[in-house]
Design a binder for this molecule. Structure first.
Ligand SMILES: [Zn+2]
Ligand SMILES: [Zn+2]
Length: 71
């Protein structure tokens, strides 16, 4: 059975708590607890126009440079 741990801090996570205590990182696909979960906007190609989708990523995969979070 796959062991569930936060990829940043190594905290153990329960499968049932997905979406409540942790989510999967969009980039590395590893579980990350809400303490270390960050959100990043990525461009998606839509049917009529491109749009920005906000996806969950772990702290490790955030861009290195600290940026101001826009409202
Ligand atoms: Zn964590
Ligand atoms: Zn990640």
């Amino acid at each position: 059975m796959e062991e569930l741990k936060c990829v940043v801090c190594g905290k153990e996570l329960k499968k049932d708590d997905e979406g409540r205590a942790w989510r999967k990182c969009t980039i590395c696909k590893k579980p990350v607890c809400f303490d270390h979960l960050r959100y990043m906007g990525v461009w998606r190609r839509g049917l009529y126009r491109d749009y920005v989708e906000v996806v969950p990523v772990c702290e490790n995969d955030m861009p290195k440079k600290r940026r101001r979070v826009t409202e």
